[in-house]
Structure formats: C-alpha cells, structure tokens
Write a protein that binds this ligand. Sequence first.
Ligand code: WQD
Length: 339
Amino acid sequence: MKKKVLVTGGCGYIGSHTIVDLINNGFEVISADNFSNSDVSVLKGIQKITGQSVKNYNTDLCDLKATQKIFKTHPDIVGIIHFAALKAVGESVEQPLRYYKNNLLSLLNILECVETFKIKNFIFSSSCSVYGNAQALPVTEKTPRQNAESPYARTKQVGEDMIADFSLVHHWCNCVSLRYFNPAGAHESALIGESSRNIASNLVPVITETAMGKRAETVVFGNDYPTRDGSCIRDYIHVMDLANAHTKALQYVINEKNTSNNELFNLGIGEGVSVLEAVHAFEKTTGKKLNYRIGLRRPGDVVAIYANNDRAKRKLGWTPTRSVDAIMESAWAWEQQRN
Ligand code: WQD
C-alpha cells in the first residue's frame, strides 16, 4: 500500500519537483495549491513526467474549514510537506502584513490540522535567509540566526519557532525544517521549472530571460563587495537535488530514524558561487553570450552565504549531485521551451 503525502504548494517551483521525486520513490501524493503563485498546467507536466495524475485541492490554507476538509477526505495522510507561502523577498518588504498573514496563518492552520488529525510527520519549507548576515561561513544548523533581512525571512524564523513550540507539546509528531539555500534549475525533461506569476527576481531566471530576449539585460547588483570578485556569493542548489532531500527527510521520519521530534537541516551544496561566476557558468554551459552590466547594490542582500551540509548528508543519507553548470543547462532548456 503506497503511503499518502499531502504537499501544500504542490504546483509551485520546489513543490512540483518534489512531487516528481516522491512519486518516483513510491509515494502517493495529493496537492493543495490555490494557484496564487503557480499554474494548473504544472499538474500536466508532473503527469507527463511520472505517468501519475496528482489530485490538487484549490484551497486557501488561510481558511481553516476548507483546509480541514482535505484531511477529512483523506484520513490516510501519513505526512505533510508544507511549501505553500509567499516568497518574494522584495515584495515582502513592501507588503509585510500580507506576508505575515499569508505565511503564518496558513502554517497555523496546517499545524492545527496536524494536531486534530494526528499527522505524525511534518516537513517545513524554511530558508537560509533565517541566518541573516551570518558572521562565520559556511553556516551550520547551530549558527545563530541573526536579525532577519526581510519580512519574508522573518516569517521563516517565526515559522521555525512555531513548529519548535508545537513539537515540545506533541511528542508523537516528528517535525523537520529544511533550510534551502538558493534553489535553481529545472527537471531534465524541461516539462516543469521555475515560473512564478511574479516577475522573476532570482538570479538564474533573470539570466535565462535575458538570454531569451525577454529582458534587455541582467544587472549584477554590485561588484564592490569584499569577495573574491566583488560580487555576492551564494550556494546554488539544483531543484531536483533539493526535491530528493524532501523525500529523504520524509523517509527519515516515517522510518523513525530521527533523534528528536524537531530537527533542522541545511540544504545547500556546500560551496559558494559568486554572481559573476554564475553568469560565466551560464555562458560557458550554453555557449550564449549574456548581456549584463554592473549596477548598484540591492538593499537587503547579504554579502555571502553558503551551507555546511554535513548534517543532512550524515542523517538523511542525502547527497547533492548536480553542479552549477547542470543548473544553468537545465534552466536554459526550460526557458527555451516554456511559453
Ligand atoms: C542571488 C544573488 C543578488 C538578481 C532569495 C531568498 C532566499 C531564497 C532564494 C526562497 C544576489 C544577485 C539577483 C539580479 C543580481 N528564496 N542578483 N541580479 O536574494 O540570494 O535569495 O532567493 O527560499 O530565501 O532570500 O536570491 O537569486 O535574488 O539573488 O545580481 O537580477 O544574485 O544580488 O547576490 P537571494 P537571488
């Protein structure tokens, strides 16, 4: 009998790629996604890749009654992977209350359902932005969290704290928070990829849209930082490696390998790549010359951050296998075929 998992935000970028990996690893998946930042066409892509059609509930998770209906319909859900959230850093600075309400109320409702319907396994989509401007690199899960640089990052810090408090009371529930570094790239089929409703602000889609002629240029936000080439450093992780980490984390708690009922894991590849190095990796991998220029720094950017991922490797048995070149190759393939 296949184990049934609820993926919230299942039509989003990381959610859809995770559903593919879960199905490939024998799970039955249902999704809850209200398409506020995704498109129903993603479900077709998942079906073409896996041969499975995934049932999606177009549910606003800020509506507790509507959310409870999913669990009443599916009493056999063994785990939840909670992706659904607004995640545009810049937008969160302009619309803090919208971000606090959406990201925290939806998490609150999901946790209430975990409690009511006794869902024993809960995976939360967190972010490396909880570290803020980390003083020492690479960051480990024990690196103190600095002040959040944006309301988005603060919803992830508060989310982790809500889960920690919840897990202290409900010892029967195994909780894991996964701190993503910079997800990028697309499934090798180019049938799914990064395509939020918002105008792309993340570096890799900005690069591929520039190469496609959808935007005139890529602006490198500053080359006067104290780094090896003056541009900011990040830990870019291929979205399929990130997806597999979710499957591994779910198996980790379902098989009760966890040593506490609230664990944190860094999900990065463990090396830093600068913006200019990323641009050059795109040009080398695709053979396309990119039209870019150096611009002003972007407020809120941290200078450098990359992961120590030893804990995820050791405890989850997870190893990222794809390089920045593979990210650029798959992101470019996706950009070329998407409408
Ligand atoms: C990366 C680097 C920019 C665009 C955010 C969230 C993080 C996670 C990933 C969800 C920075 C530079 C970018 C451009 C540029 N989101 N850049 N020109 O800000 O590191 O992280 O997305 O989990 O939580 O904080 O990602 O891709 O926006 O920027 O020079 O047009 O690329 O300055 O140094 P970021 P990003």
